[in-house]
Design a protein around this ligand. Structure first.
Ligand code: ATP
Ligand code: MG
Ligand code: MG
Length: 548
C-alpha cells in the first residue's frame, strides 16, 4: 500500500533507475545479532523488503556481526524466525559481515598502501582530546606521519594478535579539521581478543561499523543502503571509503527517520535491561515491543505489516501513537478471530425450568460463514460473569437484574427471579427461568430482553488461566526516563487462574486467537497452553481504552 509519506525513498530510487545510476534494486536488512527484533526493526524490514518487492528487486538478510562480545547464536536464530513469521523471505543465503573479514582486511591494506590509513597508538582518552569538538577543529595525532611501511607492518602485527586490546587502532587519514567529526580520521579497526560466534578465534581485530557497512553493501551489490537518520552524518565517510577502495559496486546510502512508538522503548540495550532485570518474562514476554513478544501476545503479522505501511516513512523524527498499532491489530482480529465464550468472574445461574442438557449450534463469526459453527453445551446450570448481574439497577444497566430479562448469546432469553447471597452479601447463585420459544426469537409476550450476555454451561466447561496485560510503562516516552525501571508499570500483568471457558477451547492450538465475546481478543499462549492446562493471553480489548 502506498502512502504519501512513503514516497521519498521510492522517488529517489526511481530517479536512480531513470538516470541509469542503478539498473536494479537490491536492498538489505542488516541487524546486529545482539538482541531480538522489535517494532522499529519491523518498520525497517517493511521498508527494505517492501521497496525490493515494489521494484522487482531483492532484499538480503545480513547479520552485521562486528561486535562479538554482545552477539549470540540465539539472536541469530530468533531474528530469522521472526522475519519469517512476519511474512518475509530474504534473497539467497543468510549473509554475515564476518564472512567478509578477509576482504575487509585486504581493503584496509589498500588504504594503508595509498597513504589513506595509519596505525594510531593514542588511547581512548587522548584520542577524544585530539578529536576536537563541534566548534573546535581536531589536532593531528602524533602517529599520523608514520610511513606506509611502518603502518603495514604494525597493522599486520595487529592482525597477528601481537597487541593487547586498546593498544592501537587503524584510522583513516582524512581531515582532522573537517566540520564533520566523522571525517576526523575515524577508526577503522580495533584490537579485540574475543571469540566470535562465526569466526571463532580467527580474528584479534574487528572492523568498525563505519568501515564494514558500506563495503559489505558493495560486496553484495546493494544498490540502496537504507538506514536511519543518525547515520546521515556518516554518509560522507561511507562515500569516502567507497571512493578510495576498489569495490565492485557503488551503493548509495539513504536515511529515513526511526520509528518511535509511545509507551515503548525500541533500543535493544534497554529491552535487554528489562529481560536481564527479570522485569519481564524474557524477550518474548507479551508486553515486550519485540516481534516475538507481539507474536506471543497474539498480534497477527499482517496487522504489524499493515501498521508499518500506514505510518509511512519520513525524514523527521516523531512519535507514533501505540493506539495506531492496536487499531490495526483489532481490525484484523475482528475479521479473522473465531468467537468463543469465556467467563472471567464466574457467577452461578440456575435455570429452574430446565432439567435436561442440550447442545446449541453457534456461529463462530457473526459475518464470516467460512469460520463455521461449533456445538456449545447448554443445561440447567450456567456460569455468567458476576459483572453481568445486579439485584437491582437503573435503566442504563442492560444486563441481568431480578425481575428483568436478558438474552444469553446464541441461546435463549432468561428472566431472573431471585438470588442467594453469602454472609458478606456477595451473590452466590442467581435463579432464572428460560422464556419459552426464544431461541433466535423474541419472547411471545412482547417483553424484550434488555441486553445480551455471554455464558458457559457448567457441565460443558473447563477452567483456564488468563493473563491480562496492560502497557508496560507508565510514561508515554519511557526512553527519556533516566531510570528505565522506575517508569515500569508494576501492574502490567494480572492473572486470573480460574476463568471458565467453553469446552471446545481446550482444543485450541497454541497461538490461536479468539474473540472471547464481550471481553476481548485472547491468544492461546505459545509455551504454557495445553489441552490439560489452558492458558490464554489478552491480545487486546474490544475497544480502545487508552484515551489517546
Ligand atoms: P538498537 O539501538 O535497538 O540496537 P540498531 O539500529 O543498533 O538498534 P540494528 O540491529 O543495527 O539495531 O538494526 C538493524 C536495522 O534496523 C538498521 O538498519 C536500523 O537502522 C534499523 N532500525 C533499528 N531500529 C529502528 C527503528 N526504531 N525504526 C526504523 N528502523 C530501525
Ligand atoms: Mg546498528
Ligand atoms: Mg545497536
Amino acid at each position: 500500500m502506498d502512502t504519501p509519506r512513503s514516497n521519498f525513498l521510492k522517488t529517489q530510487i526511481q530517479a536512480d533507475l531513470d538516470a541509469g545510476r542503478s539498473d536494479c534494486v537490491v536492498t538489505r536488512f542488516p541487524p546486529e545479532p545482539n538482541g531480538f527484533l522489535h517494532i522499529g526493526h519491523a518498520k525497517s524490514i517493511s521498508v527494505n523488503f517492501g521497496l525490493a518487492a515494489e521494484f522487482g528487486g531483492q532484499c538480503h538478510l545480513r547479520f552485521d556481526d562486528t561486535n562479538p562480545e554482545k552477539e549470540n547464536q540465539i539472536f541469530i536464530d530468533a531474528i530469522q524466525e521472526d522475519l519469517r513469521w512476519l511474512g518475509y523471505e530474504w534473497h539467497g543465503e543468510v549473509r554475515f559481515a564476518s564472512s567478509y573479514f578477509e576482504q575487509l582486511y585486504q581493503w584496509a591494506l589498500v588504504l594503508i598502501d595509498a597513504g589513506n590509513a595509519y596505525v594510531c597508538d593514542l588511547d581512548a582518552e587522548e584520542a577524544r582530546a585530539y578529536r576536537g569538538t563541534l566548534t573546535e577543529p581536531g589536532k593531528d595525532s602524533p602517529y599520523r606521519g608514520r610511513t606506509t611501511a611502518e603502518n603495514r607492518d604494525l597493522f599486520q602485527r595487529m592482525r597477528a594478535g601481537e597487541f593487547a586490546d586498546g593498544a592501537c587502532v587503524l584510522r583513516a587519514k582524512i581531515d582532522m579539521a573537517s566540520p564533520n567529526i566523522n571525517l576526523r580520521d575515524p577508526i577503522l579497526y580495533r584490537v579485540r581478543h574475543a571469540t566470535h560466534h562465526q569466526t571463532g578465534d580467527d580474528w584479534p581485530i574487528y572492523p568498525t561499523y563505519d568501515f564494514a557497512h558500506g563495503q559489505e553493501d558493495a560486496i553484495e551489490g546493494i544498490t540502496h543502503s537504507i538506514c536511519t537518520l543518525e547515520f546521515e552524518d556518516h554518509r560522507p565517510l561511507y562515500d569516502w571509503l567507497i571512493e578510495h577502495l576498489p569495490v565492485p559496486h557503488r551503493p548509495r546510502q539513504i536515511e529515513f527517520a526511526r520509528l518511535n512508538t509511545s509507551y515503548t522503548v525500541t533500543s535493544k540495550r534497554k529491552l535487554k535491561l528489562l529481560v536481564d532485570s527479570g522485569t519481564v518474562d524474557g524477550w518474548d514476554d507479551p508486553r515486550m515491543p519485540t516481534v516475538a513478544g507481539m507474536r506471543r501476545r497474539g498480534y497477527p503479522p499482517a496487522a504489524i505489516r499493515h501498521f508499518c505501511e500506514e505510518v509511512g516513512t519520513s525524514r523527521s523524527d516523531g512519535m507514533v501513537d501505540m493506539a495506531m498499532l492496536e487499531h490495526a491489530v483489532r481490525g484484523h482480529l475482528n475479521e479473522t478471530a473465531p468467537r468463543a465464550f469465556c467467563v472471567l468472574r464466574p457467577l452461578k445461574v440456575v435455570l429452574t425450568n430446565v432439567d435436561e442438557t442440550s447442545v446449541l449450534r453457534i456461529a463462530n463469526h457473526p459475518s464470516d460463514e467460512s469460520l463455521g459453527h461449533r456445538e456449545v453445551p447448554f443445561g440447567p446450570e450456567l456460569w455468567i460473569d458476576s459483572d453481568d448481574f445486579r439485584e437491582s439497577a437503573n435503566k442504563k444497566y442492560k444486563r441481568l437484574v431480578i425481575g428483568k430479562r436478558v438474552r444469553l448469546r446464541g441461546a435463549y432469553v432468561i428472566e431472573a427471579d431471585r438470588c442467594d447471597t453469602d454472609k458478606a452479601g456477595t451473590v452466590t447463585t442467581v435463579y432464572c427461568r428460560v422464556i419459552e420459544n426464544t431461541l433466535g426469537e423474541d419472547p411471545g409476550d412482547g417483553v424484550k430482553p434488555k441486553g445480551v450476555i455471554h455464558w458457559v454451561a457448567s457441565h460443558g466447561a473447563a477452567t483456564a488461566e488468563l493473563r491480562l496485560y496492560d502497557r508496560l510503562f507508565n510514561d508515554a516516552n519511557p526512553g527519556r526516563a533516566e531510570e528505565l525501571l522506575s517508569v515500569v508499570n508494576t501492574d502490567s500483568l494480572a492473572t486470573i487462574v480460574d476463568a471458565v471457558i467453553e469446552e471446545s477451547l481446550t482444543n485450541a492450538e497454541p497461538e490461536q486467537v479468539f474473540q472471547f465475546e464481550r471481553e476481548g481478543y485472547f491468544v492461546a499462549d505459545r509455551h504454557a497452553h495445553s489441552n490439560a492446562t489452558p492458558v490464554f493471553n489478552l491480545t487486546i480489548g474490544l475497544r480502545d481504552t487508552w484515551g489517546g
